[in-house]
Design a protein around this ligand. Structure first.
Ligand SMILES: [Mg+2]
Length: 176
């Protein structure tokens, strides 16, 4: 046990720090671009259109896979080159919805590291996203008991421009 003077209160991010997150969004985006199959837009242009919809909607839809799913749908409606059928929307929505069903995969050596730190410091898990979705991830991580506290908020204090709202940025939180 560390002495009181060296014991610190550490804020630790969840998505893409403790467990995989962004890879599932990336997979969904690739499948979305395939499905759009645009005749003139490049993959990068379709992706840029999605990024633009996400930026516009972040203050309305917030974060997480449900917000992402709405953004996919809206982007599809903008870009579709044929009459949009209900089954097309259903397919696009499933691409987003299945993200929440992905297994929680801890990043290598995270469990050992958090165990080590928890013996020496007070740890607070701070995640950004839909609170219920984040709560389920924290539970499934198996790490919850090692944290003094956990907090999920719809947004972190600052959102750097140009960053995707899809996953938490690495912006450090100021203490207090
Ligand atoms: Mg993160």
């Amino acid at each position: 046990m560390a002495s009181a003077t060296s014991r610190q209160f550490l804020l630790i991010d969840g998505d893409d720090t403790l467990w995989e997150n962004n890879i599932y969004f990336e997979q969904a985006i690739e499948a979305f671009i395939d499905f759009v199959g645009h005749s003139t837009m490049t993959r990068e242009q379709v992706r840029a259109a999605l990024d633009e919809v996400e930026r516009m909607n972040v203050h309305v839809h917030g974060y997480g896979s449900a917000a992402f799913t709405k953004n996919l749908q809206q982007t599809y409606e903008r870009l579709a080159e044929r009459d949009v059928q209900p089954q097309d929307i259903e397919h696009v929505m499933q691409l987003g919805q299945r993200i929440a069903g992905q297994p929680l995969t801890l990043i290598p050596e995270v469990a050992e590291t958090i165990n080590y730190l928890a013996g020496r410091h007070d740890l607070m898990l701070v995640t950004k996203g839909h609170p219920e979705e984040q709560r389920l991830k924290i539970e499934r991580s198996g790490l919850e008991s090692l944290f003094t506290a956990t907090r999920s908020s719809m947004r972190k204090p600052s959102i750097p421009t140009g960053r995707s709202p899809r996953s938490g940025s690495s912006t450090p939180l100021a203490p207090g």
